[in-house]
Ligand binder design. Structure first.
Ligand code: SAH
Length: 451
């Protein structure tokens, strides 16, 4: 029997989707942070569960050739950069393998998985930060929680965020300290400030700061916002979002403007976009552009085509496709994102785009009833993938092509298998590294209808 606090010598045999090394003692799996396959280590058992346990390294006997020195222990402790100890080419190979394994599980071994496209930037690539706060010794600090814990770790250098954002967070925290704003306490559900969100346009450099508060009342909110704008010249918008729920969802329903504009502007594939606080916007801009371009290329669009862009957000993909097709219809569930999308279409002088608010699966059925007959359907769903009814309606609509952009290879493979059953073929898939130093992988592939 494996005992807690006991030490064992083990060899790491695998790496999980979460980036934890796996060792087995008499077939019992133990997950160990900061280890890589092939490494021989002495571990201490931290937790023993029914089917698996957790351990931590006490000593390395043999390290992997894929190992590089970790830059910052906090990034691993909080899970910001769980693969920072892995060479970048090994990270790319690990991500390719993830996509292969997911397709294999769904009996889609015929699909060729290409090498993962590396991110143009491997550090400081995120255009957005959302961080919790704590007051420590009278000073407001930004940081993250230790994984699976309520222990707050203050952080100045987050490693993966645009450096302007790290700098801005420190200035904002100082201003909030000066105004005596209290930090939210999860356990007691009291205190004022829950999170600070900073989003910065990759090309425009325009910054939006959103203060997420428990209640609407934020004493001297406007003065705080003014000070933020004065001290950080790139900030053009300070918003307040109210979240009074006991939840780990970061933003609540209501957002108000404290100072400046209600949107920031940025650019993707040569088009300009207005982005408001509740709208989704890809965090690694140049890599997202590369991935969109790949989807467009693989779809072989032409001016006589009707296209649909489901899960369209602020219309980044919709507007990128619009010049190549006859008409395009976008659907998205977040209403403010569709407001942005409509405005973005207008600003870019596009008249062949149409947007609808609602669940993709419901709006698609409505379009079907209205007789809209797409030649190509683009999808870019959240991690849970496509709704079953969306897949069914798409199969009924029978577009020639389905261009699938995915942030989760497991649901991607599940959905691909459904389309395959209905007579679609997927020849190849391209993984993109959108989130270096983390275990996440995006991929894009275009399914073709078999005749
Ligand atoms: N294509 C966009 C957004 C992709 S993210 C871009 O690249 O910027 C996925 C989007 O799907 C989010 O904007 C989210 O709000 C939206 N979404 C989630 N569930 C949905 C549903 N059931 N129907 C429509 N949109 C949904």
């Amino acid at each position: 029997m494996i005992q807690k606090n006991q030490e064992y010598d083990v060899t790491i045999v695998d790496l999980t989707y979460e980036g934890m090394g796996v060792a087995k003692i008499d077939h019992y799996p133990l997950f160990i942070e900061n280890t890589l396959p092939g490494e021989e280590v002495r571990i201490k058992v931290l937790k023993v569960g029914k089917k698996f346990g957790f351990g931590k390294v006490v000593e390395f006997y043999k390290t992997s050739p894929d190992r590089i020195p970790s830059e910052e222990k906090k990034w691993t402790q909080t899970g910001i950069a769980p693969l920072q100890h892995m060479r970048y080419d090994a990270q790319l190979a690990f991500k390719k393998r993830q996509v292969e394994e997911c397709l294999h599980k769904m009996h889609c071994d015929e699909v060729e998985v290409h090498d993962t496209t590396p991110s143009p930037q491997q550090m400081h690539y995120r255009n957005k930060a959302q961080v919790p706060v704590r007051v420590i010794d009278g000073k407001m600090e930004v940081g993250f929680y230790r994984k699976n814990s309520h222990q707050f770790i203050a952080i100045q250098n987050f490693g993966i965020q645009q450096e302007d954002i790290d700098d801005a967070l420190q200035v904002i925290a100082r201003i909030l300290t000066e105004f005596g704003v209290s930090a939210y306490n999860e356990e007691r559900h009291e205190g004022v400030l829950r999170h600070i969100i900073v989003r910065q346009g990759y090309y425009s450099k325009e910054m939006m700061v959103t203060l997420v508060t428990r209640k609407k009342k934020l004493f001297q909110g406007q003065q705080i916002a003014q000070r933020i704008i004065e001290e950080i010249p790139t900030v053009v918008s300070v918003m307040q979002n109210i979240n009074d729920q006991k939840t780990n969802v970061i933003m609540g329903e209501n957002t108000i403007c404290l100072a400046g504009k209600e949107r920031i502007e940025d650019e993707m594939l040569g088009h300009t976009f207005q982005i408001s606080a509740p709208s989704f916007y890809q965090v690694n801009t140049p890599q997202a552009e590369a991935m969109y371009q790949k989807a467009i290329d693989l779809a072989h669009l032409s001016k006589d085509m009707i296209a649909i862009d489901a899960y369209c957000g602020i219309g980044t993909i919709t507007l990128s496709i619009a010049p190549y097709v006859k008409e395009i219809y976008g659907v998205e569930v977040v209403a403010p994102a569709i407001d942005n999308a409509k405005e973005n279409a207008k600003e870019n002088e596009m008249t062949n785009v149409h947007f609808a608010v609602g669940k993709a699966e419901e709006v698609l059925s409505k379009w079907q009833e209205e007789g809209i007959q797409p030649d190509v359907v683009f999808v870019d769903p959240p991690r849970k993938g496509l709704a079953r009814s969306f897949v069914e309606t798409t199969i009924e609509l029978a577009p020639e092509k389905i261009a699938y952009i995915s942030c989760n290879p497991a649901t991607f493979a599940r959905d691909v298998a459904l389309f395959k059953e209905a007579g679609y073929r997927l020849d190849e898939v391209y993984p993109y590294d959108m989130f270096p130093q983390t275990t996440h992988v995006e991929c894009v592939g275009v399914l073709y209808k078999q005749n």
